[in-house]
Design a protein around this ligand. Structure first.
Ligand code: NI
Length: 199
């Protein structure tokens, strides 16, 4: 298992549609476990195969309060209902977050590692993560769901560090605090590197 580089906007692979998986073999399982390592290393809640440069319909999710790692092949949102505003970020758009609209709940279907079909209804953070990751497989990013009044907010790096308790230095507190910008495709988000998780 290995940590793979996470592609960032504007990498074109993030805008492509991933292909349906026909067979789950050891090579694909290796990719899945690499994605789990990569997600955990980046403190993310989820990761889609596009984000490591593989156009395969495979996502991994691990919620903050769960030990279980979820690995889903050919995941689909079968039904979605309602609308709610949530805060969201993406490992491929580091340094930013935004408030966007997501469903209240979704009905979800996928295949597990033994090619067994699994179906369930999800709400809250799991519903949000499933929508976010399935979007990735269709070349859609959370910023595509932003409406005019919803702006990209730079993430204060020091706040993130406090949350992860990995670094309590407040030396870099000044750079982005308090300001907010409207994202445009011409901006280069790489100038503000900070891992960002869906919350
Ligand atoms: Ni993402």
């Amino acid at each position: 298992m290995a940590i793979r580089p996470i592609l960032e906007l504007p990498n074109p692979v993030l805008r492509q549609r991933a292909k349906k998986i026909r067979r789950i073999d050891s090579q694909l399982m290796r990719l899945a476990y690499d994605m789990v390592d990569t997600m955990q290393h980046a403190n993310g809640v989820g990761l889609a195969a596009n984000q490591v440069g593989e156009l395969k319909r495979l996502i991994v999710i691990q919620l903050a309060d769960e030990e279980e790692v979820r690995i889903y092949f050919n995941p689909e949102i079968v039904k979605r209902e309602g609308e709610r505003e949530v805060e969201e970020g993406c490992l491929s758009i580091p340094g930013y977050k935004a408030m966007i609209n997501r469903s209240v709940w979704v009905r979800f279907r996928a295949m597990d590692h033994s090619e067994k079909v699994i179906k369930f209804k999800a709400e809250d953070i799991l519903s949000q993560a499933l929508e976010h990751e399935v979007d990735h497989l269709n070349g859609i990013l959370y910023i595509d769901h932003m409406e005019e009044h919803q702006e990209l907010i730079p993430v204060d790096k020091s706040e993130e560090d406090e949350e992860s308790a990995s670094n309590d230095s407040d030396a870099d507190q000044s750079d982005t605090a308090g300001s907010s910008v409207l994202w445009t495709p011409d901006d280069d988000p790489r100038e503000t590197p900070a891992s960002l998780k869906i919350k």
